[in-house]
Design a protein around this ligand. Structure first.
Ligand SMILES: Nc1ncnc2c1ncn2[C@@H]1O[C@H](COP(=O)(O)OP(=O)(O)O)[C@@H](O)[C@H]1O
Ligand SMILES: [Mg+2]
Length: 383
């Protein structure tokens, strides 16, 4: 057993869940950064395997509400997918505990949950080709579509103000002023760049408050490794539902694009290496719109490009805030890591701003193509 796994009494923890009993092998699994994930393999030949997770209680304060969200969302998805597909493969299946809930709190105040393990699936940290990008778009677009008739008020914000740029900028301004580790003077250029865009980056929030953009249920962590693909690289299941809560569709679109479109890692030092991979953008947009065209409003369509700019911006603000506060939130591997990350996000944002017209017209054209295809299809049926 891995060292980290040896720290817990798994026999007792597993016994709290309705697994059907039997003996299991336990190993650390996956490359997630938030929760501790373990695969629980049945020793019986035809036994079912499970995925056990210790939920990160430092990041998520209200585990009861978080798990309630997850139950609402997975039940709703299963109900809808039952009519068109395979809910047991395409939606996470939560395993109930002896206490009647879907999580178990041990004596050390660790919170555990279990789902069925989905076999023959893959998750990738990086998108490497257009087909994958398109499948990513299909996955998160379909996810939003299937949940667009579930009322957002049913869900609790598992991290309040997670993507609230106003709150992030308040924290940023406080960090500049407090200057707790004497770094403010050395980053005036980056601070100036970010503050000069503070007003324009508030647009989604303002349109939301004015009722122009509807609040919906969104995933809010649309990294590519939060979907499982099948052996043919087709989307099978959206995972990592901890941050599913009320939000604006552009947040999911923008956050997915932030990692997919960047040709370099998030903390690239050589700024010239940060370029835009336009075909991957196109692939994601095409997949996403194919699933959302039926419900997205015109205002939401327009907001997608705002999300593409907002999410790297917000990430830069958060990295620089952490740098100014002495690197207390993000794990860093060297002294200036957060500053390097900030500069890389700023560079990405500059590239996106330079290519804004081009990217907007890709979204617009994909939208028109889809509308035309749908129209032709309807005419053929009518004819
Ligand atoms: N039900 C599942 N079946 C198979 N693999 C899974 C399942 N759930 C999660 N995984 C794998 O475990 C990894 C971590 O899970 P995730 O819920 O994303 O945790 P984190 O919040 O730490 O990112 C995923 O990237 C994926 O590879
Ligand atoms: Mg994850």
């Amino acid at each position: 057993m891995d060292n980290i796994a040896a720290a817990y009494n798994f026999a007792d923890i597993i016994a709290e869940f309705n697994t059907g009993g039997g003996e299991f092998d336990i190993n650390v699994f996956g490359s997630g950064h938030i929760n501790d994930t373990f695969i629980i393999r049945s020793k019986a030949r035809k036994g079912v395997d499970f995925l056990l997770q210790k939920i990160n209680h430092f990041v998520f304060k209200d585990i009861d509400s978080l798990m309630n969200n997850m139950v609402y969302v997975t039940n709703h998805l299963k109900e809808k997918i039952a009519k068109i597909g395979h809910p047991e493969k395409e939606v996470l299946t939560l395993i109930k505990c002896n206490n009647g809930k879907y999580y178990y709190q041990d004596a050390q105040e660790n919170y555990w949950r279990m789902t069925n393990f989905l076999h023959n699936t893959k998750s990738y940290d990086l998108v490497t080709n257009v087909k994958q990008a398109q499948q990513g778009g299909v996955a998160f677009g379909r996810f939003q579509n299937l949940l667009c008739d579930l009322h957002p008020d049913l869900l609790v914000s598992t991290i309040p103000d997670f993507l609230n740029i106003e709150k992030r900028l308040n924290d940023f301004n406080k960090a500049i002023k407090n200057n707790s580790v004497q770094r403010s003077a050395s980053v005036m250029e980056e601070v100036g760049f970010l503050l000069s865009r503070a007003d324009s980056m508030n647009e989604i929030l303002q349109l939301g408050r004015a009722g122009v953009l509807p609040l919906r249920i969104t995933h809010n962590d649309t990294k590519f490794n939060n979907i499982l693909l099948d052996q043919a690289d087709e989307i099978q299941c959206v995972i990592d539902l901890d941050t599913v809560m009320p939000g604006y569709v552009a947040y999911d679109f923008g956050d997915a694009i932030r990692s997919i479109i960047n040709t370099a890692p998030e903390d690239e030092k050589n700024l010239d290496a940060i370029q835009l991979n336009i075909p991957l953008f196109e692939g994601f947009a095409k997949g996403y719109l194919s699933q959302t065209i039926s419900f997205l409003t015109d205002a939401e369509l327009k907001s997608l490009m705002m999300g593409v700019l907002l999410l790297p911006y917000m990430q830069a603000v958060r990295f620089l805030t952490d740098y100014l506060e002495g690197d207390v939130y993000y794990k860093t591997r060297f002294a200036e890591h957060n500053l390097q990350r900030t500069r890389a996000q700023i560079q990405l944002l500059k590239m996106l701003e330079m290519n804004k017209e081009k990217l907007s017209s890709i979204i617009q054209n994909e939208w028109l193509n889809l509308k035309n295809t749908l129209k032709t299809g309807t005419q053929m049926i009518a004819g």
